[in-house]
Design a protein around this ligand. Structure first.
Ligand SMILES: Nc1nc2c(c(=O)[nH]1)N[C@H]1C(S)=C(S)[C@@H](COP(=O)(O)OP(=O)(O)OC[C@H]3O[C@@H](n4cnc5c(=O)[nH]c(N)nc54)[C@H](O)[C@@H]3O)O[C@H]1N2
Ligand SMILES: Nc1nc2c(c(=O)[nH]1)N[C@H]1C(S)=C(S)[C@@H](COP(=O)(O)OP(=O)(O)OC[C@H]3O[C@@H](n4cnc5c(=O)[nH]c(N)nc54)[C@H](O)[C@@H]3O)O[C@H]1N2
Ligand code: SF4
Ligand SMILES: [Mo]
Length: 724
């Protein structure tokens, strides 16, 4: 599947975030170097420190080079592919024979290429016949995605290209910190400022992004819908909404107007902590600009009100007549490398390729025909990510669903799980519970590059090829499908995920549905399966993607140039109009109280990526961010007798963790911020609340109640990067 020989220079893309910076890889597989691809129009020659150091993962000494199988002494030991695949097949077949198809589950990820996401979804439905497949994007984009579909008829994170940003007069950026999470994006905001535009950032912290903004709204965690409704209140009062647009292109405004009337500025200041004067200033900037954008990140979205929060900002964009207008609109900033494509092609519990619903009879007919199976053989929708993890283990069959509460669980525990592209022991909410659930499994398989915290619990670990060792497409945050080309052959006994999925399918007797000679042929079938769906890739080919520096979906056969800008003339809803949704501010799943008096919010730092399984192994990144630091306002720190650099114990109703205090003069005094990139005792997710959004099933990573205590210095954890 790879071009075997090392090439001198290969054009590819960064393995990490959804910006998918274009880069050049030079040298051989064991010592390659990275350079920016100046010609690629998205990053325009810029990379962040994670991109610059990305090649270090390839020849890293920690890399898994052979399969590992747990032996009779309970240790993971090197094994052949035959032994590993046989052990998996035996476990899956025995479990399904005794407990039904759904007793085997699959957990994917937004870092997998489109081809892998597609094939993993097909593997679950066709080779295993299980309904239980979901992926980590549920923890990432699901709230914004659900909101986009409900209001606009389709979910493409940015429905316009990044190149529109410099031309927007005002941008409201809510709960996103691209200066740390997508640094090359800052050049677009800088260009916007140079063009005379204004950036407004709503974040409980004055982040590096907020630092350079015209205005920073220091919002209380969990109060985003109140902010949006409050801004709408002012805009309506001042006659700054676009009535012609509302009349011609939307439906349902009247109920939203009624709700907005109850969000007068004084009330909104009380809920959000944002002063009335700043609310007015923000509303006027948005309302008086001929072009404006509202962009959301994980701040408002990773809440048990995440869908409502995203909808409230879409309401605002619609009322201002922004959606579908030049250099304007609402968008969400997708996070993972293939967070966009990963949510389109069927690794989601309720979904078939092309962003179709698995419950839609026409979609089932179409996809079953492409796959060459009977429509009735296709399973129905399965459990969402956290619910899937919460249902692991034999005793779950009796309905013991402690964490997800009423309606959260499903009958029938999952006894075998295959994980590809996620490290849930570090990244899932209430990770202590998730770890216990994983240990209750009869059989766990993990495919990864490294022995992640999750792989350490596995019965079989499969070594996967990395980004630079395989071909595949990724869909960036703009909906632009790009091509990564293999630069090197995988080392040792390593196989690509596509080879792994196909080898397993063959052992399960389904070879005839899984015989693709290369990634490109998987892409071609994906194109056919997606044809006619919202995310239509059927007009794309590897050749055209490379030639055009990426193609924007929808890209049906009749419109091979793709669609950089959506909604210019209508919305893909039944009426062709966008829909307003009445949204009220509601308290978070857990608010601070006497016992747990502070807010805890979680997120990212520049030098670490996600669960840290890749970046905690890279020297330069560990030097920049060696351990988990809790950001605390100096006034709060003083009250607790804490100084900069002190160890601090954070406790919530789920668990406790020990971090290091980092004084942050600009964070709200009632809020602690913790990054989630570390495992073990530094793990922020031992603390987080898995209260789920009722629609998207997104956990509340961004808000819970916490208390803190100083830790005697001799009890402090050692400052090491890769805690196990
Ligand atoms: N360095 C680095 N970059 C990354 C990643 C990484 O792990 N590391 N991950 C990638 C992925 S998958 C994603 S999803 C993106 C995420 O990218 P972002 O959304 O930019 O990242 P976060 O740090 O999760 O959250 C953004 C901000 O939300 C704020 N916030 C917290 N609570 C609230 C709230 O209640 N309301 C509001 N309005 N704001 C709040 C936080 O203070 C934080 O600054 O980053 C991508 N890029
Ligand atoms: N508290 C808190 N928790 C969070 C968040 C938060 O803001 N706060 N954010 C959430 C968000 S937005 C996200 S996206 C999740 C991400 O969390 P995870 O799902 O854990 O993401 P990664 O750390 O990227 O995990 C990917 C794992 O798969 C491996 N891997 C990467 N690419 C591939 C591949 O192509 N094939 C295979 N086989 N393996 C691969 C990596 O080595 C790594 O071990 O975390 C969520 N968790
Ligand atoms: S911004 Fe994202 S894609 Fe670009 S180099 Fe950094 S991590 Fe990689
Ligand atoms: Mo994410």
């Amino acid at each position: 599947m790879q071009s075997g020989a090392a090439t001198l220079e290969t054009l590819t893309h960064c393995p990490y975030c959804a910006f998918q910076c274009g880069m050049k890889l030079r040298g051989a597989g064991d010592g390659p170097s990275v350079a920016a691809n100046d010609e690629f129009p998205v990053n325009k020659g810029a990379l962040c420190i994670k991109g610059w150091t990305a090649a270090e993962t390839l020849g890293h000494p920690d890399r898994l080079l052979t399969p590992l199988v747990r032996n009779s002494a309970g240790e993971l030991a090197p094994a052949t592919w035959d032994e590993a695949l046989s052990a998996i097949t035996r476990a899956f077949e025995a479990t399904q024979a005794s407990y039904g198809k759904d007793a085997v589950g699959v957990f994917g990820g937004g870092s997998l290429t489109n081809e892998k996401s597609y094939l993993l979804g097909k593997f679950a439905r066709v080779a295993l016949g299980t309904s239980n497949i979901d992926y980590n994007g549920r923890f990432c984009m699901s709230s914004a995605a659900a909101a986009g579909i409900r209001a606009l008829g389709v979910d493409r994170g940015l429905p316009f290209p990044l190149e529109d940003i410099p031309h927007a007069e005002t941008i409201l950026l809510v709960g996103s910190n691209p200066a740390a999470t997508m640094p090359p994006m800052m050049q677009y905001f800088e260009a916007q400022r140079e063009n005379g535009g204004n950036l407004i950032v709503a974040d409980p912290r004055r982040t590096a992004t907020a630092e350079g903004a015209a205005l920073h709204l220091r919002i209380a965690p969990g109060s985003d819908a109140a902010l949006a409704n409050g801004l709408l209140h002012i805009l309506i009062g001042r006659g700054l909404i676009d009535s012609d647009y509302i009349e011609a292109r939307t439906e349902g405004f009247e109920r939203v107007r009624g709700i907005a009337a109850t969000y007068w500025p004084e009330r909104v200041e009380r809920i959000t902590g944002v002063p009335e004067s700043q609310l007015l200033q923000t509303a006027l900037m948005l309302g008086r600009s001929p072009s404006a954008m509202i962009l959301t990140g994980r701040g408002p979205e990773q809440q048990s009100q995440g869908v409502n929060n995203a909808l409230s900002f879409i309401n605002l964009a619609l009322a201002l007549g922004l959606v579908g207008k030049p250099n304007s609109g609402w968008g969400c900033l997708t996070g993972q490398g293939n967070g966009q494509g990963g949510r389109e092609h069927g690794q989601k519990a309720d979904q078939l390729p092309g962003y179709r619903l698995i419950t839609d009879p026409a979609a089932r007919r179409h996809v079953a025909a492409v796959w060459g199976i009977d429509e009735d053989e296709l399973p129905g929708p399965g459990k969402s990510a956290f619910e899937l993890l919460d249902s692991l283990g034999p005793q779950r069959a009796s309905g013991d669903f402690t964490a997800s509460g009423p309606g959260g669980g499903n009958a029938g525990g999952i006894r075998c799980l295959m994980v590809m592209g996620s490290n849930v022991v570090v990244s899932a909410p209430n990770s202590g519970l998730v770890e216990r659930r994983l240990k209750e499994l009869d059989f766990l398989v993990v495919a990864d590059y490294f022995l992640s915290e999750t792989a350490q619990l596995a019965d079989v670990v499969l070594p996967s090829a990395q980004w630079a060792e395989e071909d595949g497409t990724m869909t960036n945050l703009e909906g632009r499908v790009i091509l990564r080309r293999a630069a090197f052959a995988p080392p040792g006994d390593v196989r690509t995920d596509l080879e792994i999925i196909q080898a397993l399918a063959a052992r399960l007797g389904k070879e005839r549905f899984f015989s693709f000679p290369d990634a490109e042929s998987v892409f071609d079938e994906l194109g056919r399966a997606s044809a006619g769906g919202p995310a239509d890739y059927s007009g794309m080919s590897y050749g055209m993607i490379a030639e055009n520096q990426g193609l924007f979906w929808p890209c049906p056969a009749e419109k091979q140039e793709g669609t950089p800008r959506m909604f210019t003339s209508g919305f893909p809803t039944a009426s062709g109009k966008a829909r307003f949704h009445p949204v009220r501010h509601q308290p978070s799943g857990e608010e601070p109280d006497e016992e747990y008096p502070l807010y805890l919010t979680t997120g990212r730092v520049l030098a670490q990526y996600q669960s840290g399984s890749q970046t905690r192994r890279i020297g330069a990144l560990n030097e920049l961010a060696p351990s988990a630091e809790a950001e605390v306002n100096p006034a709060t720190a003083e009250r607790y007798g804490l100084s900069d650099g002190d160890p601090v114990r954070l406790e919530t109703r789920r668990g406790n963790a020990t971090l290091t205090v980092k004084l942050s003069p600009t964070i709200r005094p009632d809020t602690i911020f913790a990054p989630f990139h570390w495992g073990g005792q530094q793990s922020a997710n031992r603390l987080t609340n898995p209260a789920l959004d009722p629609i998207s099933r997104m956990p509340e990573f961004k808000v819970c109640a916490v208390r803190m205590h100083p830790v005697p210095s001799d009890a402090a954890p050692p400052k090491i990067g890769n805690e196990e």
